[in-house]
Design a protein around this ligand. Sequence first.
Ligand code: SF4
Length: 378
Amino acid sequence: MAVPVSQMWTVVTYVLKQQWAGRKQYPFVLMLEPLFRCNLACAGCGKIQYPAHVLKMNLSPEDCFRAVDECGAPMVSIPGGEPLMHPEIDKIVEGLVARKKYIYLCTNALLLKEKLHLFKPSKYLSFSVHVDGQKEHHDFSVCKEGGYEQAIEGIRVAVEAGFRVTTNTTLFDGADPKSVRSFFDEMMDLGVEGMMLSPGYSYDKAPDQQHFLGRGRTRRLFRSILSNRKASWKFNMSPLFLEFLMGKRHYVCTPWGMPTYNVFGWQKPCYLLQDGYTDTFAELLAETKWEDYGTESGNPKCANCMVHSGYEATAVSHQFGSWKGFFELVRANFALYRDPEAAKLLEEPVKPVHAPAGLVQLTLKTEAKHATSELASH
Ligand code: SF4
Protein backbone atom coordinates (compact mmCIF):
# COMPACT_ATOMS: atom_id res chain seq x y z
CA MET A 1 0.00 0.00 0.00
CA ALA A 2 1.40 3.40 -1.00
CA VAL A 3 0.27 5.45 1.96
CA PRO A 4 3.08 7.19 3.92
CA VAL A 5 3.66 5.83 7.42
CA SER A 6 2.89 9.22 9.03
CA GLN A 7 -0.49 9.33 7.30
CA MET A 8 -1.32 5.75 8.25
CA TRP A 9 -0.31 6.43 11.86
CA THR A 10 -2.56 9.50 11.93
CA VAL A 11 -5.51 7.41 10.70
CA VAL A 12 -4.81 4.49 13.10
CA THR A 13 -4.62 6.75 16.15
CA TYR A 14 -7.72 8.61 15.00
CA VAL A 15 -9.73 5.36 14.70
CA LEU A 16 -8.55 4.17 18.11
CA LYS A 17 -9.50 7.50 19.72
CA GLN A 18 -12.98 7.33 18.18
CA GLN A 19 -13.45 3.78 19.40
CA TRP A 20 -12.20 4.55 22.91
CA ALA A 21 -14.64 7.48 22.98
CA GLY A 22 -17.43 5.03 22.10
CA ARG A 23 -18.35 6.81 18.85
CA LYS A 24 -20.28 4.69 16.37
CA GLN A 25 -20.39 7.21 13.51
CA TYR A 26 -17.23 9.10 12.68
CA PRO A 27 -15.78 10.50 9.43
CA PHE A 28 -12.44 9.51 7.86
CA VAL A 29 -12.36 11.79 4.85
CA LEU A 30 -14.18 15.07 4.35
CA MET A 31 -15.23 15.47 0.72
CA LEU A 32 -14.88 19.23 0.40
CA GLU A 33 -16.32 20.59 -2.84
CA PRO A 34 -15.39 24.29 -2.99
CA LEU A 35 -17.03 24.75 -6.43
CA PHE A 36 -18.82 22.81 -9.16
CA ARG A 37 -17.27 24.64 -12.14
CA CYS A 38 -15.05 22.57 -14.37
CA ASN A 39 -12.99 22.93 -17.52
CA LEU A 40 -14.13 19.49 -18.71
CA ALA A 41 -17.59 18.00 -19.21
CA CYS A 42 -17.09 14.28 -18.55
CA ALA A 43 -19.88 11.96 -19.66
CA GLY A 44 -20.09 10.16 -16.29
CA CYS A 45 -20.04 13.28 -14.08
CA GLY A 46 -23.02 14.19 -11.92
CA LYS A 47 -21.67 17.53 -10.68
CA ILE A 48 -21.41 19.84 -13.66
CA GLN A 49 -25.02 19.99 -14.83
CA TYR A 50 -25.98 22.72 -12.36
CA PRO A 51 -27.39 26.01 -13.66
CA ALA A 52 -24.94 28.84 -14.36
CA HIS A 53 -25.61 30.73 -11.10
CA VAL A 54 -24.63 27.62 -9.09
CA LEU A 55 -21.57 26.96 -11.23
CA LYS A 56 -20.36 30.48 -10.41
CA MET A 57 -20.47 29.87 -6.63
CA ASN A 58 -17.30 29.31 -4.54
CA LEU A 59 -16.85 28.29 -0.93
CA SER A 60 -14.57 30.84 0.75
CA PRO A 61 -11.43 29.62 2.56
CA GLU A 62 -13.19 30.48 5.85
CA ASP A 63 -16.20 28.30 4.85
CA CYS A 64 -13.79 25.45 4.13
CA PHE A 65 -11.89 25.81 7.41
CA ARG A 66 -15.14 25.92 9.41
CA ALA A 67 -16.33 22.68 7.77
CA VAL A 68 -12.97 20.96 8.26
CA ASP A 69 -12.79 21.97 11.94
CA GLU A 70 -16.39 20.97 12.55
CA CYS A 71 -16.03 17.57 10.91
CA GLY A 72 -12.66 16.65 12.44
CA ALA A 73 -11.73 14.02 9.80
CA PRO A 74 -7.96 13.51 9.45
CA MET A 75 -8.09 13.54 5.64
CA VAL A 76 -9.70 16.03 3.25
CA SER A 77 -10.41 15.23 -0.37
CA ILE A 78 -11.04 18.30 -2.54
CA PRO A 79 -13.02 17.29 -5.62
CA GLY A 80 -15.41 19.53 -7.51
CA GLY A 81 -15.72 20.73 -10.25
CA GLU A 82 -12.08 21.46 -10.89
CA PRO A 83 -10.52 22.81 -7.68
CA LEU A 84 -7.67 24.53 -9.55
CA MET A 85 -10.31 26.89 -11.03
CA HIS A 86 -11.13 28.16 -7.52
CA PRO A 87 -9.64 31.67 -7.19
CA GLU A 88 -8.39 30.97 -3.63
CA ILE A 89 -7.46 27.30 -3.83
CA ASP A 90 -3.90 28.09 -2.67
CA LYS A 91 -5.25 29.74 0.53
CA ILE A 92 -7.55 26.77 1.16
CA VAL A 93 -4.69 24.29 0.80
CA GLU A 94 -2.36 26.42 2.95
CA GLY A 95 -4.95 26.58 5.74
CA LEU A 96 -5.53 22.83 5.65
CA VAL A 97 -1.80 22.06 5.69
CA ALA A 98 -1.50 24.35 8.73
CA ARG A 99 -4.22 22.19 10.36
CA LYS A 100 -2.14 19.06 9.55
CA LYS A 101 -4.86 17.55 7.40
CA TYR A 102 -3.86 15.05 4.70
CA ILE A 103 -5.23 16.61 1.51
CA TYR A 104 -6.07 14.96 -1.79
CA LEU A 105 -6.54 17.78 -4.28
CA CYS A 106 -8.46 16.05 -7.10
CA THR A 107 -7.66 17.58 -10.46
CA ASN A 108 -7.92 16.77 -14.14
CA ALA A 109 -4.45 18.40 -14.32
CA LEU A 110 -5.30 20.66 -17.26
CA LEU A 111 -4.23 23.65 -15.14
CA LEU A 112 -1.68 21.88 -12.96
CA LYS A 113 1.46 23.01 -14.78
CA GLU A 114 0.25 26.62 -14.87
CA LYS A 115 -0.80 26.74 -11.19
CA LEU A 116 1.85 24.55 -9.56
CA HIS A 117 3.80 27.60 -8.36
CA LEU A 118 0.89 28.41 -6.01
CA PHE A 119 1.69 25.37 -3.84
CA LYS A 120 4.61 24.05 -1.79
CA PRO A 121 5.48 20.35 -1.62
CA SER A 122 4.32 18.90 1.70
CA LYS A 123 3.69 15.48 3.16
CA TYR A 124 0.14 16.73 3.77
CA LEU A 125 -0.60 17.58 0.12
CA SER A 126 -1.15 15.11 -2.69
CA PHE A 127 -2.39 15.98 -6.17
CA SER A 128 -4.85 13.26 -7.06
CA VAL A 129 -4.93 13.37 -10.85
CA HIS A 130 -8.00 12.06 -12.64
CA VAL A 131 -6.87 9.61 -15.32
CA ASP A 132 -9.40 7.00 -16.43
CA GLY A 133 -6.99 4.66 -18.23
CA GLN A 134 -4.83 4.67 -21.32
CA LYS A 135 -5.24 7.42 -23.89
CA GLU A 136 -8.27 6.12 -25.79
CA HIS A 137 -10.24 5.33 -22.62
CA HIS A 138 -9.30 8.53 -20.82
CA ASP A 139 -10.08 10.82 -23.76
CA PHE A 140 -13.43 9.05 -24.23
CA SER A 141 -14.22 9.30 -20.54
CA VAL A 142 -13.44 13.02 -20.27
CA CYS A 143 -14.86 13.76 -23.75
CA LYS A 144 -11.67 15.57 -24.76
CA GLU A 145 -9.15 14.62 -27.40
CA GLY A 146 -5.66 15.17 -25.98
CA GLY A 147 -6.91 15.15 -22.35
CA TYR A 148 -4.62 12.21 -21.59
CA GLU A 149 -1.44 13.94 -22.76
CA GLN A 150 -2.30 17.01 -20.67
CA ALA A 151 -2.94 14.91 -17.56
CA ILE A 152 0.34 13.03 -18.04
CA GLU A 153 2.27 16.28 -18.50
CA GLY A 154 0.71 17.63 -15.29
CA ILE A 155 1.74 14.49 -13.40
CA ARG A 156 5.28 14.62 -14.80
CA VAL A 157 5.80 18.26 -13.84
CA ALA A 158 4.36 17.81 -10.33
CA VAL A 159 6.44 14.68 -9.64
CA GLU A 160 9.59 16.47 -10.85
CA ALA A 161 8.82 19.40 -8.55
CA GLY A 162 8.74 17.04 -5.55
CA PHE A 163 4.98 16.88 -4.92
CA ARG A 164 3.11 13.80 -3.84
CA VAL A 165 1.07 12.67 -6.84
CA THR A 166 -1.56 9.95 -6.91
CA THR A 167 -4.05 9.06 -9.63
CA ASN A 168 -7.78 8.46 -9.37
CA THR A 169 -9.41 6.25 -11.96
CA THR A 170 -13.10 5.60 -12.41
CA LEU A 171 -13.93 2.46 -14.38
CA PHE A 172 -17.09 2.09 -16.43
CA ASP A 173 -18.64 -0.76 -18.38
CA GLY A 174 -16.57 -1.46 -21.47
CA ALA A 175 -13.25 -0.89 -19.66
CA ASP A 176 -10.59 -3.18 -21.14
CA PRO A 177 -8.91 -5.03 -18.23
CA LYS A 178 -5.70 -5.62 -20.20
CA SER A 179 -5.48 -1.95 -21.06
CA VAL A 180 -6.13 -0.98 -17.41
CA ARG A 181 -3.26 -3.26 -16.32
CA SER A 182 -0.93 -1.63 -18.88
CA PHE A 183 -2.11 1.75 -17.60
CA PHE A 184 -1.01 0.77 -14.06
CA ASP A 185 2.49 0.10 -15.45
CA GLU A 186 2.53 3.50 -17.15
CA MET A 187 1.54 5.30 -13.93
CA MET A 188 4.17 3.49 -11.89
CA ASP A 189 6.82 4.36 -14.51
CA LEU A 190 5.81 8.03 -14.20
CA GLY A 191 6.66 8.00 -10.49
CA VAL A 192 3.10 8.18 -9.19
CA GLU A 193 2.99 7.42 -5.44
CA GLY A 194 -0.13 5.27 -5.64
CA MET A 195 -3.34 4.72 -7.59
CA MET A 196 -6.97 4.95 -6.51
CA LEU A 197 -9.75 3.07 -8.28
CA SER A 198 -13.50 3.19 -8.17
CA PRO A 199 -16.41 1.91 -10.24
CA GLY A 200 -18.53 4.73 -11.67
CA TYR A 201 -21.74 5.57 -9.81
CA SER A 202 -24.82 5.95 -12.01
CA TYR A 203 -25.64 9.61 -11.36
CA ASP A 204 -29.07 10.21 -12.84
CA LYS A 205 -27.84 13.64 -14.01
CA ALA A 206 -24.89 12.23 -15.97
CA PRO A 207 -25.19 12.53 -19.76
CA ASP A 208 -24.00 8.94 -20.38
CA GLN A 209 -26.33 6.47 -18.62
CA GLN A 210 -25.29 3.43 -20.68
CA HIS A 211 -21.87 2.65 -19.26
CA PHE A 212 -22.45 2.33 -15.52
CA LEU A 213 -21.59 -1.03 -13.97
CA GLY A 214 -23.94 -3.26 -11.96
CA ARG A 215 -22.50 -5.03 -8.88
CA GLY A 216 -21.92 -8.39 -10.62
CA ARG A 217 -20.11 -6.78 -13.55
CA THR A 218 -18.11 -4.57 -11.14
CA ARG A 219 -16.80 -7.63 -9.27
CA ARG A 220 -15.97 -9.44 -12.51
CA LEU A 221 -14.12 -6.42 -13.93
CA PHE A 222 -12.09 -5.75 -10.77
CA ARG A 223 -11.32 -9.45 -10.33
CA SER A 224 -9.91 -9.61 -13.85
CA ILE A 225 -7.86 -6.42 -13.35
CA LEU A 226 -6.55 -6.95 -9.81
CA SER A 227 -5.94 -10.71 -9.71
CA ASN A 228 -2.44 -11.92 -10.65
CA ARG A 229 -1.24 -8.38 -9.98
CA LYS A 230 2.30 -7.13 -10.26
CA ALA A 231 4.19 -6.46 -7.04
CA SER A 232 5.25 -3.11 -8.53
CA TRP A 233 1.67 -1.73 -8.57
CA LYS A 234 0.95 0.54 -5.63
CA PHE A 235 -2.55 1.55 -4.58
CA ASN A 236 -3.25 4.54 -2.38
CA MET A 237 -6.34 3.01 -0.81
CA SER A 238 -7.42 0.25 1.50
CA PRO A 239 -6.42 -3.19 0.14
CA LEU A 240 -9.51 -4.61 1.86
CA PHE A 241 -11.69 -2.22 -0.14
CA LEU A 242 -10.00 -3.59 -3.28
CA GLU A 243 -10.91 -7.10 -2.08
CA PHE A 244 -14.50 -5.88 -1.73
CA LEU A 245 -14.44 -4.67 -5.35
CA MET A 246 -13.05 -8.06 -6.44
CA GLY A 247 -15.96 -9.84 -4.72
CA LYS A 248 -13.76 -11.39 -2.02
CA ARG A 249 -15.52 -9.81 0.95
CA HIS A 250 -18.81 -8.19 1.86
CA TYR A 251 -19.12 -4.73 3.38
CA VAL A 252 -22.11 -2.55 4.15
CA CYS A 253 -22.09 1.15 3.34
CA THR A 254 -21.05 3.69 5.98
CA PRO A 255 -22.00 6.92 4.20
CA TRP A 256 -21.04 9.12 7.18
CA GLY A 257 -17.42 7.89 6.75
CA MET A 258 -16.83 10.33 3.88
CA PRO A 259 -19.28 13.20 4.35
CA THR A 260 -19.63 15.94 1.75
CA TYR A 261 -19.64 19.69 2.29
CA ASN A 262 -20.27 22.04 -0.63
CA VAL A 263 -21.87 25.36 -1.57
CA PHE A 264 -25.29 24.06 -0.41
CA GLY A 265 -24.10 22.83 3.02
CA TRP A 266 -23.68 19.28 4.40
CA GLN A 267 -25.10 16.88 1.83
CA LYS A 268 -27.42 14.04 2.87
CA PRO A 269 -26.53 11.21 2.93
CA CYS A 270 -23.30 10.93 0.91
CA TYR A 271 -21.14 12.29 -1.89
CA LEU A 272 -23.32 10.63 -4.53
CA LEU A 273 -26.90 11.36 -3.47
CA GLN A 274 -28.55 14.67 -2.75
CA ASP A 275 -31.46 14.06 -0.38
CA GLY A 276 -31.23 17.45 1.26
CA TYR A 277 -28.68 19.53 3.18
CA THR A 278 -27.98 20.57 6.74
CA ASP A 279 -26.18 23.61 8.12
CA THR A 280 -23.93 21.69 10.49
CA PHE A 281 -22.15 18.35 10.57
CA ALA A 282 -23.84 17.51 13.87
CA GLU A 283 -27.23 18.01 12.18
CA LEU A 284 -26.17 15.81 9.28
CA LEU A 285 -25.37 12.96 11.69
CA ALA A 286 -28.51 13.48 13.77
CA GLU A 287 -31.09 14.17 11.05
CA THR A 288 -30.17 11.74 8.26
CA LYS A 289 -32.18 8.50 8.21
CA TRP A 290 -29.10 6.34 7.68
CA GLU A 291 -31.15 3.14 7.69
CA ASP A 292 -32.65 4.24 4.35
CA TYR A 293 -29.25 3.96 2.61
CA GLY A 294 -26.80 1.27 1.58
CA THR A 295 -27.41 -1.76 -0.61
CA GLU A 296 -29.14 -3.71 2.19
CA SER A 297 -31.70 -0.92 2.69
CA GLY A 298 -33.50 -1.74 -0.56
CA ASN A 299 -33.10 1.86 -1.70
CA PRO A 300 -32.90 1.57 -5.52
CA LYS A 301 -30.41 4.47 -5.65
CA CYS A 302 -27.98 2.34 -3.62
CA ALA A 303 -28.64 -0.99 -5.36
CA ASN A 304 -25.56 -1.06 -7.60
CA CYS A 305 -23.26 1.20 -5.61
CA MET A 306 -19.79 -0.06 -4.63
CA VAL A 307 -18.17 3.36 -4.63
CA HIS A 308 -15.30 4.22 -2.29
CA SER A 309 -17.17 7.10 -0.65
CA GLY A 310 -19.61 4.59 0.86
CA TYR A 311 -17.55 1.44 1.27
CA GLU A 312 -13.88 2.34 1.73
CA ALA A 313 -14.62 3.89 5.11
CA THR A 314 -16.12 0.53 6.13
CA ALA A 315 -12.91 -1.21 5.05
CA VAL A 316 -10.71 1.28 6.96
CA SER A 317 -12.84 0.92 10.06
CA HIS A 318 -12.52 -2.87 9.78
CA GLN A 319 -8.76 -2.94 9.17
CA PHE A 320 -7.88 -0.65 12.07
CA GLY A 321 -10.76 -1.54 14.36
CA SER A 322 -9.63 -5.01 15.50
CA TRP A 323 -6.56 -7.29 15.49
CA LYS A 324 -8.37 -9.60 13.04
CA GLY A 325 -8.92 -6.71 10.63
CA PHE A 326 -5.31 -5.59 11.06
CA PHE A 327 -3.92 -9.05 10.24
CA GLU A 328 -6.18 -9.23 7.19
CA LEU A 329 -4.80 -5.86 6.12
CA VAL A 330 -1.18 -7.04 6.51
CA ARG A 331 -1.92 -10.20 4.49
CA ALA A 332 -3.74 -8.20 1.78
CA ASN A 333 -0.79 -5.80 1.48
CA PHE A 334 1.43 -8.60 0.22
CA ALA A 335 -1.14 -10.70 -1.66
CA LEU A 336 -0.83 -10.94 -5.45
CA TYR A 337 -4.13 -12.88 -5.77
CA ARG A 338 -3.05 -15.74 -8.06
CA ASP A 339 -6.22 -16.75 -9.91
CA PRO A 340 -6.02 -18.75 -13.20
CA GLU A 341 -9.75 -18.25 -13.85
CA ALA A 342 -9.36 -14.48 -13.61
CA ALA A 343 -6.43 -14.66 -16.04
CA LYS A 344 -8.80 -16.24 -18.60
CA LEU A 345 -11.16 -13.27 -18.23
CA LEU A 346 -8.41 -11.08 -19.68
CA GLU A 347 -8.64 -12.99 -22.94
CA GLU A 348 -12.37 -12.37 -23.40
CA PRO A 349 -13.33 -9.88 -26.10
CA VAL A 350 -14.14 -6.42 -24.82
CA LYS A 351 -17.27 -4.59 -25.89
CA PRO A 352 -16.19 -1.69 -28.13
CA VAL A 353 -16.55 1.71 -26.51
CA HIS A 354 -18.99 3.96 -28.36
CA ALA A 355 -20.41 7.27 -27.24
CA PRO A 356 -24.20 7.00 -26.94
CA ALA A 357 -26.18 8.87 -29.57
CA GLY A 358 -26.46 12.53 -28.69
CA LEU A 359 -23.71 12.42 -26.07
CA VAL A 360 -21.12 14.18 -28.16
CA GLN A 361 -23.56 16.95 -29.02
CA LEU A 362 -24.67 17.21 -25.39
CA THR A 363 -21.06 17.40 -24.25
CA LEU A 364 -20.29 20.17 -26.69
CA LYS A 365 -23.31 22.12 -25.49
CA THR A 366 -22.24 21.64 -21.86
CA GLU A 367 -18.71 22.81 -22.64
CA ALA A 368 -20.10 25.90 -24.33
CA LYS A 369 -22.30 26.59 -21.31
CA HIS A 370 -19.32 26.29 -18.95
CA ALA A 371 -17.21 28.57 -21.08
CA THR A 372 -20.00 31.15 -20.93
CA SER A 373 -20.46 30.84 -17.20
CA GLU A 374 -16.74 31.06 -16.63
CA LEU A 375 -16.54 34.21 -18.70
CA ALA A 376 -19.43 35.66 -16.76
CA SER A 377 -17.64 34.95 -13.48
CA HIS A 378 -14.57 37.02 -14.37
S1 SF4 B 1 -24.70 2.86 -1.15
FE1 SF4 B 1 -23.64 4.43 -2.38
S2 SF4 B 1 -25.26 5.86 -3.00
FE2 SF4 B 1 -26.07 4.66 -1.27
S3 SF4 B 1 -25.60 5.85 0.57
FE3 SF4 B 1 -23.91 4.41 0.27
S4 SF4 B 1 -22.40 5.60 -0.91
FE4 SF4 B 1 -24.35 6.68 -1.09
